[in-house]
Design a binder for this molecule. Structure first.
Ligand SMILES: [Zn+2]
Length: 111
């Protein structure tokens, strides 16, 4: 039996477009839900609120943004020193490649 809080959580998830799965939870035999591409059991999975479910991908995106800023700042610092040796050129290329990969990851996350 779900607690009052868990029942409210299930109701809120349903209201926001979550779906009930036909399959019962393999652990407790209770209802399973699917929301934002995640499948979970409100009984077994320790989810206290809907923000916890929604927040995960957003947190990841913020992290990526922070790394992006950091990489960009470091790249600018290297460029400001007007490098002309081969070693620095490789470092610059590495920063650019890292930024490129990061932005591809971000695009995937956003779509
Ligand atoms: Zn369960």
């Amino acid at each position: 039996m779900l607690s009052k809080e868990k029942r409210a959580l299930v109701a809120e998830i349903m209201r926001r477009g979550g779906t009930l799965l036909a399959e019962p939870c393999p652990k407790c035999g209770g209802i399973m839900l699917r929301y934002k591409g995640k499948t979970f059991c409100p009984n077994c999975d320790n989810i206290e609120n809907i923000e916890e479910l929604e927040g995960r991908s957003e947190t990841k995106l913020t992290d990526l943004q922070e790394i992006d800023d950091l990489l960009l700042r470091r790249l600018l610092n290297v460029l400001k020193q007007q490098p002309d040796d081969e070693k620095t050129s490789i470092i610059i290329l590495n920063y650019i490649n890292a930024l490129k990969t990061l932005r591809e990851m971000k695009n995937k996350n956003e779509s």
